[in-house]
Write a protein that binds this ligand. Sequence first.
Ligand SMILES: [Fe+2]
Ligand SMILES: [Fe+2]
Length: 300
Amino acid sequence: MKTLDQIRPSITTLDAIPAIPAIVQPLASILQLPVEQVNVEQVVQLVSYDSSIAAQCLRMANSPLFGRRKTETVRSAILTLGLKRVQAILLGCCLNRIVPADKWAFNATTFWRHSLGCALISRKLATLIGYAEPEKAYLSGLLHDLGMLVNTLACTDEYRKCFVAARDERVSVESAELKELGFTHCQSGKILAEHWKFSADVVAVIEFHHHVAETPSDPALVALIHLSDLLCRLRDLGYGYYEAMAVDLARDEAWLSLLEHCPQLATLDLARLTLDIDGAMGEIIALVDAVFRPDSSASI
Ligand SMILES: [Fe+2]
Ligand SMILES: [Fe+2]
């Protein structure tokens, strides 16, 4: 078994994978720019280069979650979605390709459905609770399990065993990782996220989304992503197997942390919020289905 320190060098050379990080790194720096400094034509061009990215933008822009009218061109899709979201889609598509098809330790479609589902729920939840940056919540939701890609690439065979153990024992991926690998996707994801110079808040989400109380940065954001991840896993957008978990949202440390850090939540109650999320879930699942069709072989 390799330790985290032994795989650290291979994590920081992940940007040597052909073609992809050439796009990821400029995108990561674009994401730090104020929207008014981003050149829209450049983004239109970048999206138009790639038919699957363009198709994904169009599908999302045409979904009832975003679109107000039928969108038929890349340009209008980008204007409908907004630059921040297009950049998040681009980043998601780029990351999608860093894992060669034969290297996946678990089902790729399942992973992307979970990531996109978490992004969409995070954005919805952010809006419902009055979190100031719903687009940051979207991006953080999309990237929260980045470490699973790292583990897949850095220790494919052991990671395959890890997912089989998680499924057989019906435990969380994180606890199977600790048992089988000795480290978690949160730890390995943090190394790559820092290496790619993601913002401190996104790095904190990647490292602490399963240990909300320990985050040094933006506790509301980390708590929000923790809850969205949980909702995905409870509503068929998890990791492709049944996890035995007892969930009491009212006592969940993430909910308690949100109550502490978002004073406006005092006027909302959890039952009402859960109903609102349930109401949005149908549209979210329909959009996830449109972008990543459910795979009939979507098991480990
Ligand atoms: Fe996770
Ligand atoms: Fe997750």
